[in-house]
Design a protein around this ligand. Structure first.
Ligand code: ZN
Length: 301
């Protein structure tokens, strides 16, 4: 084999490897601004979250705001995020399921959020449906997409679904009940579970897209996401993941594929290719599984 051919083949292999193993992921936090919990106040949570994102040199993070959560007391927390350079997007006003509200009421609700968000800087034109519920049926999904498109919104899809909210809820409840929390074990449980979810949806992408897309991780502006963010970022980076900005993630070609699924866009693309629904949900997306995991790992002993 000539040197030139060998070089070209090597370049080809390298490019192919690079393309299938990009391992890039953006962080998004839903339901901001969430209230106080037994673990910390909302104000403490925002301060910590900003500090951890900055300490880890995360290029940007997107906060999907539920505008009904905004009060006179907490609205400054959203300004703190934008002043720190992070961005806000629309997660509806009342956090209702689009399937339950119906097309017109849902669009009014999203519009209400749109008007409230105008008072804030650093907005990005993305909208994310609560519960990733895109509408009751195909016709509703289409009408909702059209209505949100008229307001200038693109789909703030996720590629990695998970139950971070459930983990955070179990922890906050334990704090309310004055249980002793082993934070090291709690962090390991959280990071392991999130990492598994990310690898799970990336494996589905590798199979169906034949490449690793720029991922969008669903998190919530909650206690667990805050407390364990440094550990999560460190783990991901140690496994070759690069944290990118949500703007960059939404430039991936899958952003153009209009596929709507309650487990995210990668799951939606796989479902369209005939992958059964039961294969599109990681086992940790289940309350009983997580409660058993907390017990098995003795987080509260
Ligand atoms: Zn939400």
């Amino acid at each position: 084999m000539s040197l030139l051919i060998r070089f070209s083949l090597a370049t080809l292999c390298l490019c192919a490897a690079m393309q299938t193993s990009a391992r890039e992921i953006a962080l998004t936090f839903d339901d901001a601004p969430l209230g106080d919990s037994a673990l910390m106040t909302g104000a403490e949570r925002t301060n910590k979250l900003i500090k951890f994102l900055q300490d880890a040199k995360v290029p940007d993070a997107l906060f999907f705001v539920t505008t009904n959560n905004i009060t006179e007391q907490n609205k400054n927390r959203l300004h703190q995020y934008t002043q720190a350079g992070f961005h806000l997007a629309n997660h509806s006003h009342s956090h209702s399921s689009a399937a339950k509200l119906g097309v017109n009421d849902y669009l009014s609700d999203a519009y209400k959020a749109h008007l409230i968000l105008k008072d804030f800087d650093n907005r990005l034109p993305f909208h994310r449906f609560p519960y990733l519920n895109y509408g009751a049926d195909a016709s509703a999904v289409e009408k909702l997409q059209a209505g949100l498109g008229e307001l200038g919104y693109k789909d703030g899809y996720v590629t990695v679904d998970n139950f971070d909210w459930a983990i955070s809820g179990i922890l906050a409840k334990a704090a309310e009940e004055k249980k002793t929390i082993d934070y090291k074990k709690a962090s390991a449980l959280y990071v392991d579970t999130l990492e598994q979810s990310i690898e799970f949806y990336d494996a589905i992408a590798q199979k169906t897209l034949k490449r690793s897309p720029r991922h969008v991780l669903l998190l919530h502006e909650n206690d667990a996401a805050t407390l364990f963010l440094p550990d999560l970022i460190a783990r991901l980076r140690s496994k070759g993941w690069k944290i990118i900005s949500p703007q960059d993630a939404y430039k991936d070609p899958i952003a153009k594929q209009k596929v709507f699924h309650k487990q995210g866009r990668v799951a939606g693309i796989a479902a369209n290719k005939g992958v059964p629904e039961t294969d599109l949900r990681h086992e940790s997306e289940n309350m009983e599984y997580l409660e058993a995991l907390f017990k098995a790992r003795k987080v509260f002993e």
